[in-house]
Design a protein around this ligand. Structure first.
Ligand code: AMP
Length: 441
């Protein structure tokens, strides 16, 4: 596989990227003054029909990176007045397929595409399909086919098996958050879907991280892709802090911080669905109104809570990692890790919810001594090192912390005497502590 790496980082304007006037007019209305780095680097190549592999987080402007060229290509094919969908003889076709890992992201991406298409005179039909809601409405929406389909893998397979849609005419495939799709267990569904797609197509793959499974996918799928790696457009505006806290006092510290700083729109991450309810109840007793967001809620409840949170009607939202990816909540000021995420990559996804679109964001992790080791791992893997801070009245007992760390420290084996002296460490005795979920509230 040969790859090009584009190095340009800024373009003066969207016009220079080769976008057509109806799209440019919409971007002006949306007050997008300049393309983000990923848009500058990727849009010309995508317009030219190249495959793309992009390392980009939510917040980098990646939705527009694939949506604008997709709309431009499809609207050119559709011609000025005719709808692609109505022109096509095969009723249940789809031309541009965007696969995403979660229901919320499906809706969000489809809404963005529809918004970017506002001045295309309705020639492009966009439909979102995802699980958790009735399939009938989605089948109706798919009647006559659709130009762009944004879908989660499971529901798409269901719709294909009921003949509501066929993938044999797909011209462009977008895999959004490919790493997340694979880590959420969509591997089999993805393979089944990819087998139904035509060989000749343009493929655009976005992934924040590139674990082995994603690399395999890229080798299978992409042909001579343009390769782009960008940081989130606004990563420099995010401040990360970590507070050590006495065990059993995390809830009290959280309540103290929220009240003292009068934070609004605070997103608090916990590791288990039950913990959401528990923590909300405990905060409630301390006079803080918090709502929950997790996978056991019905789709209706999730949509309502999210809309209220986005609208600023809820000050504190307690969520599992379901909210860590993809949700575009503008200007989220504070993200708090009440429980640390299991994987270091998820730490980056969680904190990426804050500091969006040029706003200064704050990401705080609350750690007691059982979290120390794992937070060290998170720092190491993400190549960060944060100063431990304390809040008066909630200070951790450092002696207990040190004793605990010493007891759970990796044990170094005696070094060998051969030419290659390898230092091998045993797994830490307490390495499973962070796999347990959480100890509080
Ligand atoms: P995304 O990474 O696609 O989730 O986009 C993150 C946020 O940035 C969304 O609210 C977009 O509307 C916004 N956005 C995308 N591109 C631009 C741009 N060039 N200028 C300003 N905002 C943008």
């Amino acid at each position: 596989m040969t790859t090009d790496t584009t190095t340009a980082t800024t373009a003066a304007s969207f016009t220079e990227l080769g976008l057509i006037p109806p799209l440019l007019a919409r971007l002006t209305e949306l007050n997008y003054q300049q393309p983000t780095p990923i848009q500058t680097q990727a849009i010309p190549s995508v317009l030219a029909g190249r495959d793309l592999i992009a390392g980009a987080n939510t917040g980098s402007g990646k939705t527009a990176t694939f949506a604008l060229p997709l709309l431009q290509q499809l609207s050119k094919q559709a011609g000025a007045e005719n709808n692609l969908a109505s022109k096509n003889s095969n009723g249940n076709f789809v031309a541009g397929l965007v696969l995403v890992p979660t229901r919320e992201l499906a809706k969000q991406v489809a809404d963005s595409i529809k918004s970017y298409a506002a001045h295309l005179n309705g020639v492009i039909k966009t439909v979102a399909v995802f699980g958790g809601v009735s399939a009938n409405t989605q089948m109706l929406a798919l009647r006559g086919g659709t130009d762009i389909l944004v879908a989660t893998p499971g529901r798409l397979l269901d719709l294909i098996s009921s003949n509501a849609i066929k993938l044999d005419q797909v011209k462009t495939l977008v895999l959004d958050e490919a790493d997340r799709m694979l880590s959420l267990g969509f591997t089999e569904e993805l393979s089944a879907l990819l087998a139904l797609l035509p060989k000749q197509k343009q493929t655009l793959l976005f992934s924040a991280t590139f674990p082995e499974k994603v690399q395999f996918l890229t080798q299978q799928l992409l042909s001579d892709p343009v390769e782009i790696q960008v940081q989130s457009a606004d990563s420099s505006t995010l401040v990360q802090r970590v507070f050590t806290v006495e065990k059993g006092k995390k809830t009290a510290l959280l309540a103290h911080l929220i009240k003292r700083h009068q934070w609004q729109q605070t997103l608090v991450f916990v590791n288990a669905k039950n913990n959401c309810e528990h923590l909300a109840e405990k905060l409630g007793k301390r006079g803080i109104n918090a709502e929950v967001f997790h996978g056991d809620q019905g789709q209706g409840a999730r949509t309502r809570v999210l809309a209220a949170f986005k609208a600023g009607e809820i000050d504190v939202l307690i969520a599992t990692d379901i909210a860590a990816r993809g949700l575009d909540i503008e200007k989220l000021p504070v993200v708090i890790n009440f429980n640390l995420p299991r994987s270091p990559a998820d730490y980056m996804h969680r904190i990426g919810r804050s500091g969006r679109a040029g706003e200064v964001g704050l990401a705080i992790s609350l750690i007691d001594y059982e979290d120390y080791h794992h937070f060290g791992v998170i720092e190491k893997k993400n190549k960060i090192r944060l100063e431990r801070e304390q809040v008066e009245g909630f200070e951790a007992d450092e002696q207990i912390g040190e004793a605990y760390l010493a007891a759970t420290k990796p044990v170094a084996k005696p070094e060998g005497t051969g030419k290659k002296k390898k230092r091998r460490n045993k797994a830490p005795v307490g390495a499973d502590i962070w796999l347990r979920g959480s100890e509080e509230p």
